[in-house]
Ligand binder design. Structure first.
Ligand code: PMP
Length: 309
C-alpha cells in the first residue's frame, strides 16, 4: 500500500472527461513525450517498421523513432503554402512497413491546424496499415475542436494530449494518449508500472478542480488575445517579412536577418527560438504576458532605430 496505483483510475476518469473520451480510451502518461515513445515502441519493430512525419514539426517523433531503430520517412510541408500537409505526398511516401504517421496539430513550430478532411482521408486510406497519431499539445489555443471526437469512427486514430501547455503544468509531467480501448490496453502493457507518482496524481487532480480550470481558461484566452495583438504589431516592422497565422501559443515569423534579430533581442533579455534548415530566417516567438510581449516589441523598436541610424 506504499506504492501508488499501477494506473491512476480517478485521474484517468477526470482526464477522459476533460479530453472528451471514455476512460477505457485513455492511458495517462508522463507528459505527451512518454506517449510518443510508448506508441513508437508498441507499434514499430526495431529495424523493420517505419514512422512517417512531416517537416518542419516537433523533433521528438524522429528522436524516439531513432531510439527504437525505426526508419523515418519525412514529408516536407512548404512555407510558401502556409505549411499545409500534402496528403497525396504522404500517401505516396508510405510503404508496407509504415506503422505510424505523426501529425502535429496545431503544428509546432508553424501553428498550422490539420484540416479535418485531410485527417479523415489519411485515416480512411491508411486503414489497417498505419495508425495516425495526432499530437494535440496546443489544441486549446486554436478554435477547432479536438479530433478525439472521431475516435468512435476510426480504429486507427490515436490522439496525444498534455497538461503542459494550456494548463501550464509542464512540471507535473502529465498527459495522455487516447485511442481505441484494445490499443490503449496494449500501450498500458508497455508502460512502466506505477508510472505516475502519488504527489503528481494528487497535484494534477487538484489542478483539474473547476476553479483551477477556470483560471487556466482565462490565461489561454489572454494568450490568444496577445497572440493576435502581437501578430498585428509584428507585421508593421519592415524587416518582418512574414507572420504566419497560428492556432498555438506561439507565432512563427520570417525576418530578413534572423541572426541580427536574435542578437538584439538577446541583449534585451528576450529569448526567441531561431530555426535553421528549411526554416531559414524564421523565428518562433512564444506568447508571454502582456508585459513580456511589450518588452519584445521595445527590443524590435530598438532594432528598427539601429537600422535607420
Ligand atoms: N508535442 C509537442 C508538439 C510539443 O511541442 C511538446 C513539448 N514541447 C510535446 C509534445 C511534449 O510535451 P509534454 O511531454 O510536456 O506533454
Amino acid at each position: 500500500n506504499r506504492y501508488p496505483e499501477v494506473r491512476p483510475q480517478k485521474l484517468r476518469q477526470a482526464l477522459a472527461k476533460r479530453f472528451g473520451c471514455e476512460p477505457e480510451q485513455l492511458l495517462v502518461t508522463r507528459g505527451s513525450s512518454e506517449a510518443i515513445d510508448l506508441v513508437i515502441r508498441t507499434f514499430c519493430q526495431s529495424e523493420t517498421g517505419s514512422v512517417l512525419t512531416t517537416t518542419p514539426s516537433f523533433s521528438m517523433y524522429r528522436h524516439y523513432a531513432e531510439v527504437q531503430g525505426a526508419r523515418i520517412i519525412e514529408v516536407p510541408t512548404l512555407a510558401e503554402q502556409d505549411f499545409v500537409i500534402d496528403v497525396d505526398a504522404i500517401l505516396e511516401a508510405c510503404d508496407d512497413s509504415t506503422r505510424l504517421l505523426f501529425v502535429c496539430s496545431p503544428n509546432n513550430p508553424t501553428g498550422t491546424t490539420l484540416p479535418r478532411a485531410d485527417l479523415e482521408r489519411l485515416l480512411k486510406l491508411r486503414g489497417d496499415q498505419s495508425a495516425i497519431v495526432v499530437d494535440e499539445a496546443y489544441v486549446e489555443f486554436g478554435d477547432k475542436p479536438s479530433v478525439i471526437e472521431l475516435l468512435g469512427r476510426f480504429d486507427n486514430l490515436l490522439v496525444l494530449r498534455t497538461l503542459s501547455k494550456a494548463l501550464g503544468f509542464a512540471g507535473a509531467r502529465c498527459g495522455g494518449v487516447a485511442g481505441p480501448a484494445p490499443v490503449i490496453r496494449m500501450l498500458s502493457a508497455v508502460q512502466a508500472p506505477y508510472a505516475l507518482a502519488t504527489p503528481v496524481v494528487e497535484c494534477v487532480e487538484d489542478a483539474l478542480q473547476a476553479n483551477q480550470l477556470e483560471l487556466a481558461r482565462k490565461t489561454v484566452a489572454e494568450i490568444i488575445d496577445e497572440r493576435e495583438r502581437l501578430a498585428e504589431a509584428l507585421r508593421r516592422y519592415d524587416f518582418v517579412t512574414k507572420v504566419w497565422p497560428s492556432d498555438a501559443n506561439f507565432l512563427l515569423i520570417r525576418v530578413d536577418d534572423a541572426a541580427r534579430v536574435m542578437r538584439r533581442c538577446g541583449e534585451e533579455k528576450v529569448l526567441l527560438r531561431h530555426f535553421g534548415g528549411g526554416l531559414d530566417d524564421c523565428i518562433r516567438i512564444s506568447i508571454g504576458t502582456p508585459e513580456e510581449n511589450d518588452k519584445l516589441l521595445r527590443a524590435l523598436d530598438m532594432l528598427k532605430e539601429d537600422r535607420n541610424a
